[in-house]
Ligand binder design. Structure first.
Ligand code: PMP
Length: 316
């Protein structure tokens, strides 16, 4: 398949326990999740390895573990094991048979055709639906150069309001506000703060800073998504660069004076940030450590580093 970014309605999706063309995977307008945002989702990447003619899905198991945990928050009933979800995804990928980098989007949602926001499943009136679709995906943000970002005037959703760790559909309105304002104001993306003014994360990615040779990332209690890429970077920094990550609160102004900043996420991968609120970070160029971690990360996700093949599930 030639690389063509975007959603192909003729591709195969998993919907209502069946494989169907994506154009047939439609929901009723009264679906609970459509009205109230009562679903959770995942974003998984798979990378095409041209040399091996193989497709590797990155940390699929961990993504489905997160989905399975988050199902508890919204009282969603996941009737499949992690292993079954992985097998289903491999089967779906095989059906679509892609030969380029892909993005996989599972959704687990309240599929009841009912009015009223309650999550309680009265007599099966608000059951759970599962859908999975795939699409070619290149860069979510431009990772070749440094990003110019702002600190958003929108604050991150609180754990006691809509928990960010939940990857809840409705909570992405918060992301949409932060991302849209950033774009309209001429920035590439944004950083959101928690309500008490500490750095939370990027609009849809986690954040690391480097200060005096120390790698630092924001803490989960500052309303971040517990990112799988964040976890990957922490492990790679330790094993490949002998660098421990400090996990702690970060102030807004610490961003301005640190040496390097980068975003990370399934979509964002490893994206260096070189300007925040019109202030150059470090030298104003992509930092050395960010670049190094980016290179290590790409080798790992593409299945080129045998030490981390455990994270790469082959499709074919
Ligand atoms: N934070 C938010 C709000 C996100 O949407 C994402 C993307 N899933 C991330 C962080 C990064 O998480 P992960 O590395 O698991 O993709």
């Amino acid at each position: 398949m030639a690389f063509k970014e975007g959603i192909d309605l003729d591709s195969i999706a998993y919907f209502n326990e069946r494989f169907v063309p994506l154009r047939e995977a439609t929901i009723n307008i009264m679906t609970h999740a459509f009205q109230y945002g009562t679903g959770i989702f995942e974003g998984i990447r798979s990378y095409w390895n041209e040399n091996e003619k193989q497709m590797y899905i990155f940390r699929m198991k961990e993504h489905y573990e997160r989905l399975s945990n988050n199902a508890k928050l919204l009282r969603l009933e996941l009737n499949k094991s992690i292993d079954e979800l992985c097998q289903l995804t491999l089967e779906l990928m095989k059906k679509n048979n892609p030969t380029c980098d892909m993005y996989i989007r599972p959704n687990l949602y309240k599929s009841g055709i009912i009015v009223g926001p309650s999550l309680i499943n009265k007599n099966g009136s608000n059951p759970t639906g599962l859908s999975i679709c795939t699409m070619p995906m290149g860069e979510y943000v431009d990772i070749s150069k440094g990003l110019h970002v702002c600190v958003s005037s929108w604050t991150r959703v609180e754990d006691n309001a809509i928990p960010a760790r939940g990857k809840i559909q409705g909570s992405y309105v918060n992301t949409a506000f932060a991302k849209t304002d950033a774009l309209l104001n001429g920035f590439d993306d944004s950083i959101v703060l928690s309500r008490d003014g500490h750095v939370s994360e990027g609009s849809a990615m986690n954040l690391f800073i480097i200060r005096n040779g120390k790698l630092i990332t924001t803490q989960v209690a500052d309303n971040i998504l517990e990112g799988i890429t964040r976890d990957t970077i922490i492990e790679l920094a330790k094993k490949e660069l002998n660098l421990e990550t400090e996990i702690r609160q970060v102030d807004r102004t610490e961003l301005y004076i640190c040496d390097e900043v980068f975003f990370c996420g399934t979509g964002a991968q490893v994206s260096p940030v070189t300007m925040i609120d019109h202030r150059p970070i470090g030298t104003g160029k992509v930092g050395q450590l960010s670049k190094q971690l980016q290179e290590i990360y790409f080798d790992v996700v593409k299945g080129k580093n045998s030490k981390y093949k455990k994270w790469c599930a082959p499709v074919f």
